[in-house]
Design a binder for this molecule. Structure first.
Ligand code: SF4
Length: 493
């Protein structure tokens, strides 16, 4: 997916960009880049391959020396393309980083290139034009950077949050429906005077750099950030659909989005799942989380359930960095296995209840369960912290559900329906928690993955646990519903 960070400061700020960007490493696996400018406005840039080594180790003293004396900059961790791009344009030189997904690139290019006055040079890893370059091209079609960003937000189907570094200032924009958070922060000196401003996707990047969260951009909002303050260049839109998965899985535990902390939301969600499991209370020895993302849901579950939280698996963190990206599927599976080491004393002879953030394809989870039984578990109960995934994400490059035909729930439905052609009408029946179709689907997944019992959290209960108004959360993964798909344009007409 990716994440970005930017700073405008009264003093050289390379370390802010370096560490602030590094705190987004859990959001992307392939490229890390920084672009910075000094008081002369000249932009310098470095991009490194981070697929086998963490971001910080790639930016050694030599790389960072390039940015010496720079007082503003942007950085990005990216999954799918080289970033930041530095563009020479009618506005002068600017650097751009983006996070999101453009579904209608071909259509945009056809429209925007018809007059023969635009061209592209960069490609993403998927062989598509680089989305940041497409965004830059759209920005340059209008008479100001802010108008250009608003134009890009309007014509892009999907989502696009971005930072533009231009003449020492940063333009920050949140995507039209606010799928990704964009958070502003300030840092003050000992006299209380602001000495730097920052923008981030993860608020967890702030505390150790001494920034305080000032506010969050609303959906579609555009702001210009300078050392003297921020200016709203485009007011927020009314409809927000922030990605629910920030709280379920990929948001950092210490981060807050829309004022709601990720870790606390996961505890509440675990407790909510435990509330539905009264009948198992006497029979479970301990509650465990599938590392890492299942752990907070399991802690919340265990605390409410009144059974101890134990670690049946531990992750070998000293050498397995999260950003490590093996080149092929069999090696990825091998790495997934090598990272998790079973703790036999916590497994043998026990009836265990596990929480995981979600069940995607189920292959890795099935393998993990096999290992739990091999180590002597008597029963393995599984609780998924969100409902069965039925739709691949079409708004963010969210790798977990890229190929929707592989989703465990879809595979089960295909088996029940005797067809791989799953129409919305068919899928609708399986979305109803507790319907006979839903129960049959869950039972097939349970048998396939060899769980003693399997339950998925209800969508309404998950949204309630997150704690922001339900209508502001994207639920497309689970029910295929979204305002952007209602045949209306972005003005709602
Ligand atoms: S479809 Fe799913 S992953 Fe994509 S933005 Fe919506 S909730 Fe997030």
């Amino acid at each position: 997916m990716g994440g970005f960070f930017g700073t405008v400061s009264n003093a050289p700020c390379v370390e802010d960009i370096y560490y602030g960007t590094d705190y987004h490493s859990h959001l992307g696996t392939r490229r890390g880049g920084m672009a910075m400018s000094g008081r002369d406005g000249v932009i310098k840039r470095r991009i490194h391959d981070i697929s086998n080594t963490p971001f910080r180790t790639k930016f050694g003293a030599e790389s960072l020396a390039v940015f010496e004396n720079c007082t503003s900059g942007i950085g990005v961790i990216s999954d799918d393309e080289d970033q930041p791009l530095v563009i020479t344009s009618k506005f002068g030189t600017f650097a751009i980083v983006t996070v999101g997904k453009i579904n209608n690139t071909a259509e945009i290019l056809q429209q925007e290139m018809a007059d023969g006055r635009a061209h592209l040079a960069e490609y993403s890893f998927s062989g598509e034009p680089n989305p940041s370059e497409v965004a830059a091209m759209l920005i340059c079609r209008k008479s100001s950077i802010a108008e250009g960003i608003a134009h890009a937000q309007q014509v892009i189907d999907g989502s696009l949050s971005l930072l533009v570094l231009h003449e020492g200032a940063i333009y920050a924009a949140r995507d039209f429906f606010g799928r990704t958070p964009v958070i502003l922060g300030v840092r003050c000196d000992e006299n209380g005077a602001v000495n730097a401003r920052a923008v981030t996707m993860e608020s967890s990047a702030f505390p150790n750099l001494d920034f305080e969260t000032e506010c969050e951009l609303g959906p579609g909002e555009i702001r210009k950030i300078t050392s003297s303050g921020t200016t709203v260049l485009k007011a927020p839109e009314k409809c927000m659909k922030i990605c629910t998965f920030f709280w379920v899985y990929y948001g950092y535990p210490s981060s807050c989005y829309e004022g709601m902390n990720t870790e606390s939301a996961r505890y509440r969600n675990g407790a909510s799942m435990a509330d539905q499991d009264e009948e198992f209370k006497g029979s479970i020895d301990s509650v465990c989380g599938i590392p890492d993302s299942g752990i907070p849901h399991a802690i919340g579950y265990a605390n409410r359930f009144g059974r101890p939280y134990h670690r049946a698996f531990v992750k070998y963190t000293p050498t397995w960095a999260r950003s490590f990206m093996p080149p092929n599927q069999s090696m990825r599976e091998r790495v997934a296995k090598m990272k998790l080491i079973p703790v036999e004393s916590q497994i043998a002879g026990k009836k265990l209840l596990f929480c995981d953030d979600s069940i995607v394809r189920g292959t890795q989870l099935g393998d993990t369960v096999k290992r739990i039984y091999q180590k002597g578990a008597v029963e393995v109960h599984m609780r998924s912290s969100c409902p069965p995934l039925l739709y691949g994400c079409r708004f963010l490059n969210f790798s977990r559900s890229r190929n929707e035909h592989e989703l465990a729930a879809r595979q089960a439905i295909s088996e029940l329906e005797g067809t791989a052609e799953l129409t919305p009408e068919i899928l609708k029946k399986y979305q109803i928690h507790g319907s006979k179709e839903y129960i049959a689907m869950v039972n097939i997944i349970r048998k396939k993955l060899n769980f003693t019992t399997l339950k998925f959290q209800e969508l309404d209960r998950l949204l309630e646990a997150i704690g922001i108004p339900k209508e502001n959360l994207c639920t497309y993964c689970w029910n295929g519903c979204d305002p952007s798909l209602c045949g209306k344009n972005k003005e709602g007409k």
